[in-house]
Design a protein around this ligand. Structure first.
Ligand SMILES: Nc1ncnc2c1ncn2[C@@H]1O[C@H](COP(=O)(O)OP(=O)(O)OP(=O)(O)O)[C@@H](O)[C@H]1O
Ligand SMILES: [Mg+2]
Length: 267
């Protein structure tokens, strides 16, 4: 079984059928680019994989163990646990403006540490001590993650004091904090100027070199071709074609893929 295995994933919004039964898998450490025309369902697919939307049908299995089945009912606490298996970086960064870069990374991490400690130590001094210890640990981890994305010096800056590229790198550090099995990106650079795009793509490339499993929706065809192991072309809620960058970009089998690539070349 693959590291991430998705079977027959379907999703509709009212009468609008968006995903028509997606079968998809990824190996550990693989970097996959997801490309396709606007409205094809790429974001919906990532949101279903991250349990921000619940698929109507299908299954998602991560690392042969954890498994989601649309047929089953889940409690909100189970959905929260499922969300932690996957990470998602949004186009629009989605940082908390009232928190510094460091706080943006450690606060979500620390909230979950606190939940775990409270469940184990219901009252008293020991609980307070454990929470204080966890706070130091979570801050140290956040600083390490900020350093990994080249932002140690900006830890105490607020989002409004950071460039778009720096904000996106904070968002990447935050998404990495829980060690997700797969880190997904939804057009991580499309809100950025070209010079800021490069610094974000460099960080994503470094994550790949470190062995992270990455699924990246992108319009950066150069990046998809040169930094990813596999390219998946999505059209009208289906996987139309997939293969190595060489196969998809230089020898597309589907006329829809060829037409999409021609159009994106002209833009
Ligand atoms: N919450 C929602 N409610 C209703 N319809 C939705 C919702 N989210 C997405 N859709 C519809 O689902 C379809 C696919 O949208 P989606 O955002 O997944 O496409 P996309 O491939 O990410 O497009 P883009 O490249 O423009 O980001 C669209 O027709 C969209 O209008
Ligand atoms: Mg989208």
């Amino acid at each position: 079984m693959a590291f991430l295995e998705v079977k027959n994933l379907k999703k509709s919004f009212g009468e609008t059928k968006v995903l028509h039964g997606i079968d998809f898998s990824m190996e550990r450490g693989e970097a996959v680019a997801l490309i396709g025309a606007s409205g094809g369902g790429k974001t919906t697919f990532l949101r279903c994989l991250n349990f921000l939307e619940m698929a109507d049908e299908g299954t998602i299995t991560i690392d042969g163990g954890f498994s989601f089945d649309a047929e089953r009912e889940y409690k909100s606490s189970q959905i929260r646990e499922m969300c932690l298996q996957m990470g998602l970086v949004f186009q629009s960064f989605n940082l908390f403006p009232q928190y510094t870069a460091l706080q943006n990374v450690y606060i979500p991490l620390h909230l979950r540490s606190k939940e775990r400690i409270k469940a184990k130590y219901p009252f008293g001094k020991q609980r307070r001590q454990k929470i204080a210890e966890a706070l130091e640990k979570d801050k140290a981890r956040a600083l390490e993650l900020l350093s990994d994305v080249g932002l140690s010096a900006k830890a105490n800056n607020y989002p409004c004091q950071l460039s778009g590229g720096q904000q996106q790198r904070v968002a990447i550090a935050r998404a990495l904090a829980e060690n997700p099995a797969v880190l997904c990106f939804d057009e991580p650079t499309s809100a950025l100027d070209p010079e800021l795009t490069d610094e974000v793509l460099r960080v994503i490339r470094e994550l790949k070199d470190k062995g992270c499993t990455l699924l990246i929706v992108t319009h950066e065809m150069d990046f998809a071709e040169h930094a990813c192991d596999r390219v998946v072309f999505f059209a009208d809620g289906r996987i139309e074609e997939q293969g190595t960058p060489e196969e998809v970009f230089h020898n597309p089998k589907s006329p829809k893929t060829a037409a999409f690539l021609r159009r994106s070349h002209e833009d």
